[in-house]
Design a protein around this ligand. Structure first.
Ligand SMILES: *Cc1c(COP(=O)(O)O)cnc(C)c1O
Length: 460
């Protein structure tokens, strides 16, 4: 008999509902319309979201039913495997048991299709013919492109320019699915032209690309806008990851003491960890949650909790979240998917309320961990995922020093097959360990809008 290294479920075991953490937390602060200073209304949300998505965005129901056509597409790669990292454990000489939930088995190589499939489906139901969105590293754009193709819809993706140049194959992948991919900032939109007028060499940011996509969607009624991270409904769709993991831990006859995920807008982290947090909040076993973020974009560890826009041009509502300021353009490090100035409000809330810790890690230490992981476990991680690996290794080493046998679970959010330029640069010694200085952070935070509106505390 071999030692178990994978804990697998059947297609029939794909969960039938997603989990909504809002059901187990005190009420969230509502997103605000900056023009009125009042909470965003359903009518206002309807400009960018189909009805079922609005319902989920505002929901305090614990469970949301997964539509059958969505489960049917999930079945092409889900349930994703839970792995026990026995070879990494041996290499580290740690008494800790390390597990990872591997989302790289999805057709486009990350967790992103878990929500893309759902959002594209709801937009199709609403009668939209095409989709428009932004993408950082290209993972979200690829997921949207794949889902759009599977539902017979068109798609246009504004891709952060630095990634567009670093990752030409992500673009080819999107084009193969029939999607049009535009480097952002572009001259196609007023938002893009404004940025280029100020800085023609601007490498782009997720905030800028979001402004462009929202503008493009608002000018054509047949286009639906889909969103890769941060929003409540996105985090909800991603809980398929943690819900499966809970059942897989039953197969393993184990339960995590620590759950770790990398944090960009917070969706894979929330997706893996919220179902465990929910069980804890409802009287279940204690569990430590850790958000791993890049030192070059330290939203949770050095950001401020405040109302701010989710995009650069200020087209979105104001969300109360950890933010570095919507004007922040992060330096060009390789984990493109983690270059977000703001955090999903549910993740921010979990951190604020002490349910989740956050730690920032530098780029080279992440790749050190990733290479060790690749050489022991045989899987090449996405640059984003290396942040979770690094923190998992650090926790496993702490277990070794303290002689403690803990169970560590981390999210391996994607594979790095399209990110070999980053590995090439790591081996050439060209990666830097940018840690932002206080002036840069202060200048970025100066773009957080001043609070000139009245916010009522939500009823407890
Ligand atoms: C997009 C992406 C992330 C970051 O986004 P979250 O919403 O924070 O999960 C992390 N890992 C991979 C592989 C990604 O594609």
């Amino acid at each position: 008999m071999v030692d178990r290294v994978r804990f697998l479920l059947d297609e029939d075991d794909i969960p039938t509902t997603w989990y909504n953490l809002a059901a187990d937390l005190p009420p969230l602060h509502p997103p605000l319309n900056p023009a009125t200073g009042r909470p965003v209304t359903r009518d206002e949300m309807a400009a960018t979201m189909p009805e079922p998505v609005i319902e989920q965005e505002l929901s305090t129901e614990r469970e949301w039913e997964i539509p059958e056509p969505v489960r049917q597409i999930y079945a092409q790669w889900r349930p994703s495997p839970l792995h026990r990292a026995r070879r990494l454990e041996a290499e580290l000489g740690t008494p800790a048991r390390i597990y990872y939930k591997y989302e790289g088995v999805a057709p486009t190589g990350s967790h992103k299709p878990n929500t893309a499939v759902a959002q594209v489906y709801y937009n199709k139901l609403a009668g939209k013919r095409g989709l428009v969105t932004e993408t950082g590293a290209g993972q979200w754009g690829s997921a949207t492109a794949q889902s759009a193709a599977m539902f017979g819809m068109s798609a246009k993706v504004y891709m952060v320019k630095v990634s567009f140049t670093q990752k030409p194959y992500r673009r080819s992948l999107m084009e193969t699915f029939g999607t049009v991919c535009v480097p952002s900032p572009s001259v196609e939109t007023a938002a893009g032209r404004a940025v280029l007028a100020e800085d023609p060499e601007c490498p782009g940011s997720l905030g800028i690309a979001t402004s462009e996509a929202l503008e493009a969607a608002s000018t054509d009624d047949s286009l639906g806008y889909v969103l890769g991270s941060a929003a409540n409904h996105v985090l909800g769709h991603q809980t398929i990851i943690g819900l499966e993991a809970i059942r897989q831990f039953e197969l393993a006859d184990d339960y995590p003491d620590i759950v770790i995920g990398c944090a960009g807008g917070g969706s894979n982290l929330a997706g893996l960890s919220f179902p465990f947090l929910g069980q804890k909040l409802r009287g279940g076993q204690d569990v430590r949650l850790i958000a791993a973020e890049p030192a070059a974009c330290p939203t949770l560890t050095r950001g401020t909790v405040a109302y701010d826009y989710a995009d650069k041009a200020g087209l979105t509502p104001l969300f109360r979240m950890h933010t570095l300021g919507h004007g922040f353009v992060p330096p060009t490090f390789h984990a493109g998917g983690l270059r977000a100035h703001g955090m999903g409000q549910l993740v921010s809330r979990a951190v604020e309320d002490g349910h989740m810790e956050a730690t920032a890690v530098t780029q080279r230490r992440c790749f050190d961990g990733a290479v060790l992981f690749a050489r022991t476990e045989g899987i090449l991680p996405a640059p984003e995922s290396t942040h979770a690996i690094r923190v998992a290794i650090d926790e496993a080493m702490r277990c070794r020093e303290e002689g403690r046998q803990q169970t560590i679970l981390f999210g391996l959010s994607g594979h790095g097959h399209f990110d070999l330029t980053a590995y090439e640069r790591y081996f050439a010694g060209e990666l830097d360990d940018t840690v932002l200085d206080d002036e840069t952070i202060a200048a970025a935070k100066a773009t957080i809008p001043e609070q000139v509106w009245d916010v009522e505390e939500p009823a407890a």
